[in-house]
Design a protein around this ligand. Structure first.
Ligand SMILES: Cc1ncc(COP(=O)(O)O)c(C=O)c1O
Length: 442
């Protein structure tokens, strides 16, 4: 019989060893998953503090628990700064993730059975905006009838005229959309927010912009300004281009404050991860101070990397539109294999990206398991200080793997050499601790 005590001890050691190994690897890697980032040391401190062991149900100053004095102070700071960062009347920092924030918007602005307009996944949409048949949050959990925007593949954006016609048609059948969802997971160019608001207005529908990916760019005054344009709510993750902790937030107007607060508590949560709220407060403080520069450099790095890859023969899409206006780019790798194979080869060289569906993959008979594309984000490399010349070096290393079919292990050392001088988070108040350092107890 297996000794349960030794299973416990062995597993304990295994977990701590895996954590240490992960840290040793990531600091010698090129992390370019477009939905991730490395938070500043101060945010790491917040994430490790006692707030994470507490409850503070309810709104600031109206908690239904005792012991919330400092938790309230911090959440007030997060609220005040968040309103400044996004120039908004109202913000609730309690959603514990981006998907959660979308559920809040669905709860406030729709009822089960209502129609929601959203992008398909191959055209950039997120699973939380998707149909029940795909397991999407909107369909499966909120029971919304998800209809998809007609999409202009050439321009990689929503086709406004065709959308207007589709909505007329849906309305004629008694299926007027209640929510127009904007924002995406493959988000290269701004969405037509003003145009969609114009359509929505004639049907008295709501427009929600999912800024999960681009919140940091918006905070830095780039990409687009959905709240300024008048969307009803903007949801986000707080950990992609906005380099905070893994958490969520919803930004809106005073007229929707009460239903939003009620949907979050008691509707959808009890504990709202108070250590993460502290991290979000620090991320907002960093955004006010540093993101004008940080967001600008993210986009410069994306364009530089896209151009350098393109010049080396890699099929970066949307060259005619300048490849991207955001932190990410989309690559068709079908000349060299499929997205899964290329992702694995790059991973073996410690170049971390993710395979992704291309807008035309379905027509070509490809699915998410072996799609034709790779998505690359520059926000984390920018955060640790890599600039234009390093982006060209990154392109050289990627070419070795993708085109020259180099043995990935032979590239590992070159990746580590490139990373050697970039071990601190920039665009933050204090960078004394190494970016990828972790708290060790043994
Ligand atoms: C557009 C979009 N919305 C929401 C999410 C989910 O965010 P979270 O992981 O914070 O729930 C993602 C994740 O990448 C996303 O791309």
């Amino acid at each position: 019989m297996v000794n349960p005590t030794s299973i416990g001890r062995d597993s304990y050691n295994k977990v701590l060893t895996s954590i240490a190994n992960h840290h040793a690897t990531i600091k010698e890697s090129l992390p370019m998953i477009a939905s991730e980032n490395i938070p500043s040391p101060a945010i790491k401190e917040a994430m490790a503090c006692d707030f994470g062991d507490r409850y503070a149900e309810g709104w600031v100053g109206e908690r239904v628990y005792a012991g919330c004095k400092y938790l309230d102070e911090v959440e007030s700071v997060a609220i005040d700064l968040g309103k400044k960062v996004f120039h908004s009347e109202f913000i609730d920092v309690r959603p514990i993730s981006g998907v959660f924030a979308n559920m809040v918007a669905y709860t406030v602005f729709s009822n089960p059975g209502d129609v929601l307009m959203a992008c398909t996944i191959p055209t950039g949409g997120h699973i939380s905006h998707s149909k029940e048949s795909l397991g999407g949050t909107a369909g499966l959990v909120r029971k919304l009838d998800v209809q998809n925007y007609p999409f202009d593949e050439e321009a990689f954006t929503i086709d406004v005229d065709k959308t207007s016609n589709l909505v007329k048609e849906l309305s004629g059948k008694g299926k007027t959309p209640k929510i127009f969802m904007l924002g995406a997971s493959v988000f290269l160019f701004p969405h037509p927010v003003k145009e969609i608001i114009n359509i929505a207005k004639s049907y008295d529908s709501k427009v929600v912009f999912d800024a999960a990916h681009v919140a940091g760019l918006i905070a830095g005054g780039l990409f687009q300004d959905p709240i300024g344009d008048g969307v009803d709510a903007m949801t986000m993750s707080t950990h992609k281009t906005l380099a905070g902790p893994q958490h969520g937030t919803i930004v809106s107007w005073n007229k929707y404050a009460e239903p939003i607060k009620r949907a979050i508590f008691p509707g959808l949560s009890s504990n709202h991860h108070l250590h993460a709220v502290a991290g979000v407060a620090i991320a907002f403080a960093e955004a006010l101070e540093f993101y004008h520069e940080y967001a600008k450099n993210i986009v410069i790095n994306s364009k530089t990397l896209a151009q350098a890859l393109y010049e080396r023969g890699i099929n970066v899409l949307y060259e005619k539109k300048g490849f991207t206006e955001s932190h990410m780019m989309l690559i068709d790798v079908t000349k060299y294999g499929n997205g899964f194979e290329i992702e694995k080869r790059l991973e073996a060289a410690n170049i971390i990206v993710n395979r992704n569906l291309l807008p035309y993959d379905k027509r070509m008979g490809r699915d998410y398991r072996a799609p034709g594309g790779i998505r690359i984000g520059t926000q984390e490399l920018t955060h640790i200080g890599l600039g234009k010349s390093e982006m060209v070096e990154v392109a050289d290393l990627m070419k070795k793997i993708i085109i020259d079919n180099a043995e990935p292990r032979s590239v590992v050392k070159e990746v580590a050499d490139l990373r050697k001088d970039f071990q601190k988070v920039r665009y933050c108040f204090s960078s004394e601790t190494d970016a990828y350092a972790h708290i060790k107890i043994r």
